[in-house]
Design a protein around this ligand. Structure first.
Ligand code: HMG
Ligand code: MG
Length: 301
């Protein structure tokens, strides 16, 4: 990897769809995942093995993962909150998992019905099993820039949770602006604290929701700080039922356009990505509302 190589971690099939009320067939989700791989994405978060009562839209996680045609060189991580989730994910053929907690107690309680400390206790055996099987793993730190229940979140809390997840053996932590409140100064503050605590840029991903239109500015600030992994959702869908006020994730097509203009290599073809973006917008029955989705790439006629 060169210093200008960027990893795009696609969360559309999971974060993008988990909060959608429209029923989406397993086949339509599988087609979306295939189109994302066609576009060159190499990490596609496929689904969640959470309580089907908590996230009804992803209740088909088992069938979806089992039916997925895996492409060589593509990783398909899934969310797993506990031992029951690991059992289901294992039965469906998972080999990459994400555990998820937060930097605020109130959100952690609302989202997974645990304290932050209880979440670490639940993840410890899950991550140990995953490591013994040679699986890849990631830990999410949600509400790192603000909590819908508690308000401001200090960077010391983010650093503390990130370090605990890394100590449990995750390969990387994804720092989430769950409700989309951060601006570039917040990115410099939080990422600065993480790097200052000795966490390497390669152990960090940033996960922006674009609720207030700041996600692209935040990516730009993070690139300047040496961060090279960004989560994004093709079609700009996304949100969490336990994060009131959250809008869609940063759109993958908007991220790809920025990275192209910045001269960063990422392996994703924008035209092919637009096919996936139009597919999911069509499935959801609404027009594609992302910036690049509407304007297209910029080329001379
Ligand atoms: P709970 O109710 O406290 O759990 O939920 P429980 O252990 O008491 O179990 C209750 C019932 O759920 C039982 O069934 C369990 O078997 C079942 P019953 O006996 O009542 O029929 N159950 C499960 N079923 C299937 N799969 C499982 C599972 N676990 C228990 N894994 C729990 C606790 C964690 C399960 C629940 O709160 C939950 O599933 N929460 C998930 C919420 C979620 O998925 N949120 C969205 C993802 S996080 C996010 O979007 C943020 C992120 O994008 C980053 C960012 O933006 O910041 C990652
Ligand atoms: Mg999210």
């Amino acid at each position: 990897m060169t210093d200008r190589d960027v990893r795009i971690y696609e969360v559309g099939p999971r974060d993008g769809l988990q909060n959608e009320a429209t029923p989406i067939s397993t086949d339509a989700k599988l087609r979306f995942i295939d189109l994302l791989a066609d576009a060159g994405l190499r990490e596609i978060e496929a689904t969640s093995f959470v309580s089907p009562r908590a996230i009804p839209q992803l209740a088909d996680a088992g069938e979806l993962l089992a039916q997925l045609t895996r492409r060589p060189g593509v990783r398909y991580p899934v969310l797993v909150p506990n031992a029951r989730g690991l059992e289901r994910a294992t039965a469906a053929g998972a080999d990459a998992i994400c555990v998820f907690t937060a930097a605020s107690e109130a959100f952690t309680r609302a989202n997974i019905n645990m304290t932050i400390a209880e979440s670490m206790s639940a993840f410890r055996p899950v991550l140990q099993d995953a490591r013994e099987r040679g699986w890849w793993s990631r830990g999410y730190v949600s509400t790192a820039f603000g909590c819908p229940y508690q308000g401001e979140v200090g960077e010391a809390a983010v650093v503390g949770v990130a370090r605990e997840l890394l100590a449990l053996g995750v390969d990387e932590v994804s720092i989430g602006d769950t409700i989309g409140v951060a601006g570039p100064a917040d990115v410099r503050r939080v990422v600065g604290a993480l790097l200052g605590a000795g966490i390497a840029p390669a152990q960090l991903a940033l996960h922006f929701h674009d609720t207030r239109g700041t996600a692209i500015a935040n990516v730009s600030a993070a690139l300047d700080l040496g961060i090279r992994t960004f989560d994004a959702s093709t079609g700009g869908t996304g949100g969490c039922p336990y994060a009131p006020g959250a809008a869609g994730n940063l759109a993958t097509e908007d991220l790809v356009y920025l990275l192209d203009r910045e001269g960063c290599a990422h392996g994703v073809d924008l035209d092919a990505l637009m096919v996936a973006a139009h597919h999911i917008a069509g499935v959801l029955g609404r027009p594609l509302s992302t910036k690049v989705g509407q304007a297209g790439a910029w080329r001379l006629p």
